[in-house]
Design a protein around this ligand. Structure first.
Ligand code: FES
Length: 174
């Protein structure tokens, strides 16, 4: 899914965070959901937003950082408008997932964990996406690309650059 990123300096972060916290209630058990909403909003967890959460929920900042850094789905760095994730878990690895990673590194000129300088595409690797039979498996935004090949990777990048991915939203390529 492509979201519109909002820069935290563009408006009152505390006010925005207070609203999100009020939706869930300022209880520690709601922290993950609150951080998920914030990440959806900014595409990452800005430092200013985490301090605002700490203040709003009256929780120590160390606890907020602890949760934000424990889960790989949270990012403390800005992510691109589009998010490409390659599974390099065992099942995908034996089916040449590294060839796909190399193709993406070459084409995007970034390493896993980085975002293209134009902010368009982030690249990430994970250990298992839970659909090992489809390996090598790649997701682009929320779309699954199973049995991925170099040429399908090329097509996927073309679709991303042409803004065509959301049209394929419910499609499982395989
Ligand atoms: S190892 Fe790739 S989906 Fe499980």
């Amino acid at each position: 899914m492509t979201t519109t990123a909002v820069k935290p300096e563009e408006y009152d972060v505390q006010e925005a965070i207070d609203k999100i916290v009020a939706e869930y209630g300022a209880k520690p058990s709601a922290l993950i959901m609150i951080l998920q909403d914030i990440q959806k909003h900014y595409r990452y967890l800005p430092e200013s937003a985490m301090h605002a959460v700490s203040k709003s929920m009256k929780l120590p900042i160390a606890q907020i950082y602890g949760v934000a850094t424990f889960y790989r789905s949270f990012s403390l760095k800005p992510k691109g408008k589009n998010h490409v994730c390659v599974c390099t878990g065992t099942a995908c690895h034996v089916r040449q997932a590294t060839v796909i990673v190399d193709k993406l590194r070459r084409d995007l000129k970034i390493e896993p964990g980085e975002t293209t300088p134009d902010g368009e595409i982030s690249l990430e690797t994970v250990n298992c996406l839970g659909a090992c039979a489809l390996g090598p498996l790649v997701t682009a935004n929320d779309i699954y690309y199973g049995n991925m090949t170099v040429s399908k990777t090329e097509q996927m990048l073309n679709d991303i650059r042409a803004g065509k991915l959301s049209a394929k939203k419910d499609e499982v390529a395989g």
